[in-house]
Design a protein around this ligand. Structure first.
Ligand SMILES: Cc1cc2nc3c(=O)[nH]c(=O)nc-3n(C[C@H](O)[C@H](O)[C@H](O)COP(=O)(O)OP(=O)(O)OC[C@H]3O[C@@H](n4cnc5c(N)ncnc54)[C@H](O)[C@@H]3O)c2cc1C
Length: 359
């Protein structure tokens, strides 16, 4: 077994998020697999807003890497450099690779262990529960889904959402924005568009928040939901520095190989693939690259590898526990139907099944 694995080669995956965790799971019995991630768990990102109003939900949404990786090495550290043969970690390890997959998506300083992450959700919950009025800064999917969760579970709280854009959830179409706005207003969420709150001027003790339009919002607490930055800055000091586009995305070919590199792949939100950045697509990237790396390790030629075709735009933004707004390729719908697809369990059951862990 050991010998067979050694012959198969060293595959290193950087980032244990949606894309990296599935890729690592898929290759663990075909290679010497190493997963590098600062956390001991995979956090299903779109479930975090539910966990803020129901912290016990996080028991199922934070999946320890050790639960799905029985035949790989997990290194809980941050990757800080890539050379032609090794990945260097913050803790000073040099990890050799034959094939490398970069799946560092978005960056957020999260606790290293699951218990502390659940502790964070409990703190958020207490903050929400003890406040009469709540300000949400940012009207992308995170801000809108958080407003939906609070308005549903705590209908008596006064929720105000301030968004700098002229419409909510700008990553999808105008119809979806309009439907989300209508739903939030029906739940008495006050939405202030085209305005910002200067984050440098606020602190945990702030109770009054002035917007760029001169409006004063009174709130007992606030949450910043302005989107997490891509985790690609660190790549600009590595051999991949010339493979980043102007937005910091990694340029890849149709097999997710980093342009100019033979043995290095990138998958998930970090890539410059022209499609919506969605977890189900990150899963599709992982599945395809796992298949191609297995073929390469068996000596397959370039012509034998499968190419990827970007998908048409499809996204669902949940609005509380029962409703959602969904943009499909040919229509946008809101209400209970898209809510049935996403909002009840937020794809937790499906994700756990894909990762091969108990439901
Ligand atoms: C509110 C919200 C709702 C969403 N709803 C949906 C939905 O309904 N359906 C859907 O399909 N998608 C949804 N998405 C999108 C989805 O979350 C992303 O597309 C997906 O998380 C991308 O996966 P990824 O693996 O590329 O990156 P991520 O999931 O961001 O994972 C990146 C991983 O890399 C690690 N990392 C970062 N830097 C380093 C480093 N230097 N070294 C080592 N590790 C590192 C991080 O710790 C993390 O584990 C939603 C997103 C948001 C914000």
């Amino acid at each position: 077994m050991e010998e067979a694995a050694n012959r198969a080669g060293n595959v290193v995956v950087i980032g244990g998020g949606v894309a990296g965790s599935l890729l690592a799971k898929s290759l663990q019995f075909d290679s010497n697999l190493v997963l590098i991630d600062p956390k001991e768990y995979f956090d299903i990102p779109w479930t975090d807003l539910r966990s803020m109003v129901e912290p016990t939900f996080a028991e199922k949404t934070l999946i320890k890497h050790s639960e799905y990786l029985s035949n790989g090495t997990i290194i809980n550290s941050r990757a800080i450099d890539i050379t032609a043969t090794e990945v260097l970690t913050e803790e000073g390890r040099a990890v050799p690779y034959d094939y490398l997959v970069v799946a560092t998506g978005h960056d957020e300083p999260l606790p290293r262990n699951k218990t502390d992450r659940i502790g964070q959700f409990k703190q958020d919950y207490e903050k929400i529960k003890s406040s009469s009025s709540i300000l949400i800064i940012g009207g992308g999917p995170t801000g809108v889904e958080l407003a939906g969760e609070i308005a549903t579970d705590f209908p008596d709280k006064k929720v105000t959402l301030v968004h700098k854009g002229e419409r909510l959830i700008e990553f999808i179409g105008l119809k979806a924005s309009t439907k989300a706005l209508k739903w939030l207003k029906s739940k008495k969420v006050e939405v202030l568009l085209g305005q910002t709150v200067d984050l440098d001027s606020v602190s945990e003790s702030s109770r009054e928040f002035k917007t760029s339009a001169g409006t004063t919002v009174s709130a007992d607490c606030y949450f910043v939901c302005i989107g997490k930055p891509l985790s690609s800055d660190w790549l600009s000091n590595t051999i991949l520095k010339d493979s980043l586009d102007e937005h910091g995305r990694v340029k890849v070919d149709d097999k997710f190989r980093v342009r100019g590199q033979d043995k290095i792949f990138a998958i998930g939100d970090i890539t410059d693939v022209k499609e919506l950045k969605q977890g189900y697509l990150a899963h599709a990237h992982a599945t395809l690259v796992a298949k191609n790396i297995k073929l390469l390790m068996k000596g397959e030629k370039e012509s034998g590898l499968s190419p990827y075709k970007p998908s048409a735009a499809m996204a669902i933004v949940s609005l509380g526990r029962k409703s959602a707004v969904a943009q499909f390729p040919f229509m946008t719908v809101s209400g209970r139907f898209p809510g049935m697809i996403k909002s009840k369990d937020l794809f937790v059951g499906r994700t756990r099944k894909t990762m091969g862990v108990d439901p």
